[in-house]
Design a binder for this molecule. Structure first.
Ligand SMILES: Nc1ncnc2c1ncn2[C@@H]1O[C@H](COP(=O)(O)OP(=O)(O)O)[C@@H](O)[C@H]1O
Ligand SMILES: [Mg+2]
Length: 274
């Protein structure tokens, strides 16, 4: 091989090497930029959450101290004492629910690292949640039906209960008088499906993504009226992801809503199921 040919081959390979090095540096820079953007976004979400938590906690506390002050100063007529005490109890219950939901969320935020896997039966969990929500359903004039059969999976009992309870609670709360809720559980060899269908007010399509955000409510006043914290569906979504599953919603305004949760029968890490 002549020296000239050797030189040009050498130069060409150096150019290729250099180009690939430059490309790698560019990719790394881009990755770094993306990582930074992710970190900044997470910090912003945390800040927003803290501000929202403070606001949401203050509202019932102000109401409680306001009512108590009026009672203390004897400014409430005899006949109004009972309703005032009732308001104090309602607001305290709201506060308790809020604190419980925040604790649930912060536990979920620390991830599924210490997730305890156990033999679960989703059908039995559905029976238990429906049973615990019986008085709410009765008060709202809503009938809850359950379909399915034993559905065993390796998962986490407490997280599954949170998912089922919150979905059933919403299906009752955002329903109409004499409305219906159907809870279905089906198993295949690999997956278990939970479907919660209601005949309620529906969710507008533009809110489908946002309903899982912390403190997001389609109708803030209705949610407050029925005792909502705006955290239920973020707990559900978080728990579903930790359990390696997915969640979908379909809804028609004024006709009803259907939430479907698909869970693996054998727990896998979230990134393995993506
Ligand atoms: N089954 C449903 N039917 C209609 N709207 C629903 C349903 N489930 C959730 N939503 C809407 O999504 C919002 C977020 O739900 P969630 O996180 O459980 O909060 P909340 O504490 O208000 O119930 C609710 O405020 C409500 O507007
Ligand atoms: Mg809810």
């Amino acid at each position: 091989m002549s020296k000239r040919i050797f030189n040009s081959i050498w130069t060409a390979s150096m150019v290729v090497l250099l180009a690939s090095l430059l490309k790698r540096i560019q990719i790394q820079k881009l990755q770094h930029k993306r990582d930074r953007a992710e970190i900044e976004k997470a910090a912003l979400i945390r800040q927003e959450f803290t501000a929202n938590v403070s606001h949401e906690l203050k509202t019932p506390l102000h109401a409680i101290s306001g009512y108590a002050e009026l009672l203390e100063q004897g400014m409430v007529e005899e006949a109004d004492i009972k309703p005032f005490a009732g308001k104090i109890r309602e607001e305290s219950e709201r506060l308790t629910q809020l604190v419980e939901d925040i604790i649930d969320l912060s536990k979920l935020d620390s991830g599924g690292g210490g997730l305890q896997l156990e033999d679960c039966d989703l059908y039995r969990i559905v029976l238990k949640a429906a049973n615990n929500l019986e008085s709410e359903a009765k008060a709202a004039g809503v009938k809850v039906r359950i379909h399915g059969d034993g559905a065993r999976l390796q998962s986490n009992q407490q997280l599954l209960y949170s998912i089922v309870y919150n979905l059933c609670d919403n299906a009752i709360k955002y329903n109409r008088r004499n409305g219906k809720v159907l809870m279905e559980v089906y198993s295949t060899p690999r997956e278990t499906l939970l479907r919660v269908t209601d005949t309620g007010i529906g969710i507008p399509e533009e809110s489908f993504e946002r309903i899982y955000e912390r403190f997001y409510r389609v109708d803030k006043s209705r949610s407050k009226e029925v005792g909502g914290t705006g955290l239920g569906l973020s707990i559900v979504k978080h728990a579903v992801l930790i359990l390696g599953g997915k969640i979908e919603v379909k809804s028609e305004m004024g006709l009803g809503t259907e939430f479907s949760v698909i869970l693996p029968n054998q727990w896998r890490k979230v990134d393995e199921c993506a």
